[in-house]
Structure formats: C-alpha cells, structure tokens
Write a protein that binds this ligand. Structure first.
Ligand code: MRU
Length: 342
C-alpha cells in the first residue's frame, strides 16, 4: 500500500494510525488501528469522525486487513461491521459499497482481490483530498470582501482526508482575503467546534472567536456574521440534509435574520437513494453525553447526534460538482444525469 498522510490519518504502507480526536486539543496522540474491529470502536467513540473521514478510514482499515492476509469471508464480515459503525453519514456506506463491489466482483484469486482493495482504498483517500479542493473552488465566489462567517461542528482537515468541506472553503476564503474572521459554535454536546475547529483555525492562523451554540442568534441579529457555512453528513435527493445537531436551529435563525446559509458537501455525501430528510437515519447517542459531569446522574436526556435541515432553508448547497440554490434543489437538480460521474 502507498503511504497516506492527512491531519487525522496516517498510513506508512503497512500500519494505519489515527489521531485520537477525543483527546484534542490538549493531547495529540496517534493510535495504531490493528484491524477493522478496532476501527469500528474508534469510529463509534468518535476518535475518528467527520462524514468523509470515517469512509476513508474504514476503507483503509479494510485494505490493511486484506494486506495482512484476511481472506474474502473475513473481509466481507469486516466490511459489514464497518458499514454499521455509525448510521447517519452516508460516506461510510458509500466507501464500503465501493470496497464491497470488489469483494463481490467474483475474481477467484485472493491476491488479485487484495491488490484491488488496496488500490480502491488509496483512490478513496486521494479522491477525498481532491473533492475538498473542488468544493473550495466551487464555493469561493460566494464570498464578498472581508466577511465574518460562522460555522458549526468540525468540517475541516480532521473530518476529511484533505482541507475539509465547509472549513476547507473558509480556509481558501481566508487565503484569498475574502474571509477575515470565523465565529465557532462550540457544538454541544461533544464540543467538536470548541475542541477541534478552534484547534484547526489556531494552527492555520485564522482569526476566530468561540461561542456557545445559544449565542449565535445574537451575532446574526446584530449583523456581525455575513454567512454561515457548515458540513453535511447526508444530503437527500431533494436537498434536505443531516448535519450535527444544532444545524437546523441555525438555519431557522439565518432565515429569520436574512443571513445566507450554506451546507458544503462532497458528492460522496449525496444519497440519491434517499428521497428526503425524513428518510435519513439519525444516530441517537448515550444520554450521558448530554448530562456531562454537571447534571444529576440518571437525569433523562435527549441526544440525537444529528438533525435534518429542509432544503428550503438553504441559500445554496456547495458541492464539488456545483453550487445549487434552494430552487434548483427543489427542482431535483441533484438527480440530473449531467451531475453524475462520467
Ligand atoms: O459526530 P461527528 O463529529 O462525526 O459529526 C460530524 C459532523 O456533523 C460534520 O459537520 C459532518 O461530518 C460534515 S463535515 C465533514
């Protein structure tokens, strides 16, 4: 296997390692992932996270397992486990379907299957890097001069193999002088904004301010934010999309205050088999994440990890294949053949 190196994932040709994102920003600890079962656990506990990255990580873990000598039956089982590690981000299923197509391809020699699995995982990694740059190119024209933007959760290099989705576009916008400041929602309950996005922005030297999620409305009302950009975990065929819980509320606030609102997602996040937001499976996580250390033990708590934003609240969806307005999404543009791969 070729080497792969990103902010949160490293492959030296033999071993796969992940940056344990649960320890950021205080500790940067790399963990070796010996097999797909270990990767499933790391995905579930969000040591590796972010829609595109979990697909890339799962593919690399399966390819490494093949390289270590796993046979087709073991690989099929591992792919099925990885596919079910988390339910909402479709990139995981998309990556496992690509790997599964090779396993189901009927080739009789194990070494041929292994070589193809490795090549496919490498391609998924390299493509994700390119998709990030393509989204940034597509979306750059949205910015005016010197904008302050607001983002939610983490959609940067920690969530992808490349520069990120929304945060990648924000980064390129900053480099082009069009974005001057980033407001960062802390993103309750697991604080991906406070722990991860703020860490990435500090590393990049991009001026930023952290706020609790409930403070965003003040900035929108006072006209201190020109645009909200965030990622997506699954975009349905009609443009409805799931993203980190809190996104829907932010979309409603943006509409109320007339602030442009843009999800940014690669085509690997678009699920044309899913007709609308109601069909997106939403991960429910441990109520203890909401209780934290401050609520009384056993307090009943609600903890959907994602919410669904209807397409009519979107100003435009930025993808690597184009930028689509709410009207275009409503017309079914995502399903048009010209947007499909050639
Ligand atoms: O639970 P997480 O941390 O995996 O949630 C991540 C998000 O919701 C991101 O916004 C999303 O994956 C899209 S950005 C790459």
């Amino acid at each position: 296997m070729k080497t792969a190196d990103s902010l949160a994932l490293r492959h030296d040709g033999r071993r796969l390692r992940i940056l344990d994102q649960t320890l950021l920003p205080h500790r940067e600890e790399w963990l070796e992932v010996p097999d797909p079962d270990a990767m499933v656990l790391h995905i579930r506990r969000l040591a590796v996270r972010g829609a595109p990255l979990i697909g890339v990580a799962a593919a690399l873990s399966l390819a490494t397992f093949a390289q270590d000598g796993a046979g087709p039956a073991e690989l099929r089982l591992a792919a099925a486990h990885l596919r079910r590690a988390r339910p909402t981000a479709v990139n995981l299923m998309w990556a496992m379907d690509r790997m599964g197509a090779i396993l189901d391809g009927g080739r009789c020699k194990d070494d041929v299957v292994m070589a193809e699995l490795i090549a496919e995982a490498e391609a998924i990694f390299v493509e994700d890097v390119a998709l990030c740059e393509a989204m940034a190119r597509q979306g750059l024209g949205l910015f005016g001069e010197g904008e302050a933007v607001l983002t939610h959760c983490n959609s940067g290099g920690l969530a992808t193999a490349g520069i990120g989705t929304a945060l990648g576009l924000i980064r390129r916008g900053f480099e082009a002088g069009r974005v001057t400041h980033v407001f960062v929602d802390e993103t309750r309950p697991l604080l991906q904004g406070a722990r991860l996005t703020a860490w990435e922005l500090a590393r990049l030297g991009i001026p930023h301010t952290l706020l609790t999620d409930s403070m965003a409305a003040i900035l929108l009302r006072e006209g201190r934010v020109q645009r909200v950009l965030l990622g997506a975990d699954r975009v349905a065929a009609n443009g409805d999309f799931a993203n980190k819980v809190g996104t829907y509320g932010l979309a409603v606030q943006c509409r109320h205050h007339g602030v442009p609102f843009h999800p940014v997602a690669p085509w690997s996040t678009v699920d044309l088999a899913c007709p609308g937001g109601d069909a997106i499976p939403i991960e429910q996580r441990d109520p203890a994440e909401v209780r934290g250390t401050w609520a009384a033990a056993g307090t009943p708590a609600f903890n959907p990890s994602f919410d669904v934003t209807p397409a009519h609240l979107v100003t435009s969806l930025v993808t690597d294949r184009g930028v689509f307005t709410a009207a275009e999404l409503a017309s079914g543009i995502l399903s048009r053949p010209r947007l499909r791969p050639t």
